[in-house]
Design a protein around this ligand. Structure first.
Ligand code: COA
Length: 369
């Protein structure tokens, strides 16, 4: 085969939004590690991704207020959500339907990215609350976007430290150049389909365990180890011996470590200390050390978020919803960029099936001839 599988290494287009060049993640030229260390807020990063420049103080205040004011859902959306969020399907399937639903109960032709991002965050928080049998919470105009999203999910207003940590989690997930879900969104955008259709398709791609769904699988692995009182290394050895992948390890781009994972590791440790989950953190550490030593694979973004979301009190099935909420900012940035580009994405394939067959000779329906 003289062409790469899965578009690996193929440049499909240019972007001004983010880059993973030299295994360093940057948003519009700014190092994401630097922004995380300096405690950039989610709304500042969303503004950066959409406009490829940082906002002024006034612009940031206005942007935050605008987003927060839009974190409300029409009554008919809430009514339908109360019904569909309770369905037994996986919460990512609920989110897929919900994203599409937002495009039916809102104005698909005129809704702008701030409104769409705000509604996605509220809808995701609502799905989680409804499934937990908790009352739906209204947005608090005194809180920022990330704080409101967290509050509407878990029902507690974060203190300053948690607010900082959660903003960091959100900005680390906000964008990642042409990852599978973003590329999916861009393909749909390239046909000039509407924003909600692009996001619905992106949610479908994110759902899979090789992409966003990995965080849930990481937690399942931790629970398997704890519930069966297994030695973490023996568990990993036996999984690898069976030809299985260890979730939360490896990356298509980062072969020397995912820069996001190192920052998330610190947050996971801090939250684990605060919530009596150091046992799980220590298991993760043992596995990470063993994986690096024996396979050279580093943890990726999903490895430590599994523990972070657990410490926040979320059910494992809802972990990928939080990823989707953060990544909606990046998806929208890419959809806007793709719409400006006006080029249909339509690649070629190499046909490797049989050739030169005769329908007349091979068909079973001879009498129709
Ligand atoms: N556990 C065990 N082995 C792994 C592995 C993992 N998590 N990730 C990759 N490998 C191995 C593969 O088996 C393969 O080995 P081989 O060459 O002997 O066949 C090799 O490393 C290359 O892996 P490949 O899947 O071809 O790399 P990729 O760049 O296409 O895949 C991922 C990247 C993310 C899909 C892959 O690392 C993976 O499936 N990880 C687990 C899922 C996950 O955590 N996803 C979240 C990504 S952010």
């Amino acid at each position: 085969m003289d062409h790469p599988r899965g578009l690996a290494g193929i440049v499909v287009d240019e972007t001004n939004i983010s880059s993973t060049k030299n295994e360093k993640l940057t948003y519009a030229g700014y190092s994401v590690e630097e922004m995380a260390k300096a405690h950039a807020s989610f709304e500042e990063v969303a503004f950066l991704l959409w406009k490829t420049r940082l906002p002024s103080k006034q612009e940031l205040d206005d942007f935050r207020k605008d987003l927060v004011s839009k974190m409300v859902l029409p009554a008919e959306t809430i009514r339908l959500l109360l019904y569909i969020a309770k369905e037994p399907q996986h919460p990512m399937s609920i989110l897929r339907t919900t994203t599409s639903l937002l495009g039916t109960t809102n104005d698909v032709d005129h809704d702008e990215p701030p409104k769409i991002l705000a509604k996605m965050l509220t809808a995701i928080a609502a799905i989680i609350r409804i499934r937990d049998d908790e009352p739906f919470l209204e947005v608090d105009p005194n809180l920022g976007v990330a704080d409101n999203f967290l509050y509407m999910m878990i029902g507690k207003k974060p203190d300053a430290e948690l607010s900082q940590m959660f903003n960091t989690v959100m900005i680390l997930h906000a964008d990642h150049e042409f990852n599978a879900s973003t590329f999916t969104a861009r393909v749909v955008a390239s046909t000039f389909s509407d924003y909600y259709s692009c996001l619905t398709a992106a949610v479908c791609a994110l759902k899979g365990p090789l992409h966003g769904g990995a965080n849930e699988r990481v937690f399942e692995m931790l629970m398997d180890i704890v519930d069966n009182d297994e030695d973490p290394i023996d568990f990993v050895k036996s999984e690898i011996a069976r030809g299985r992948k260890i979730m939360g390890f490896g990356h298509r781009i980062y072969k020397h470590g995912d820069p996001r994972a190192y920052i998330l590791k610190g947050i996971a440790e801090r939250l684990a200390e605060q919530t009596d989950n150091m046992g799980l953190y220590n298991i993760q550490q043992q596995i990470a050390d063993y994986m690096l030593e024996t396979t050279g694979l580093h943890p990726n973004v999903d490895y430590y978020t599994a523990l972070i979301y657990h410490c926040l009190g979320l059910e494992k099935e809802t972990f990928t919803l939080v990823f989707a909420a953060c990544r909606t900012s990046g998806w929208l940035a890419h959809v806007m960029e793709q719409r400006r580009e006006k080029t249909l994405i339509r690649p070629n394939s190499v046909y490797v099936g049989p050739t030169g067959r005769s329908y007349i000779e091979d068909t079973c329906v001879k009498e129709a001839l």
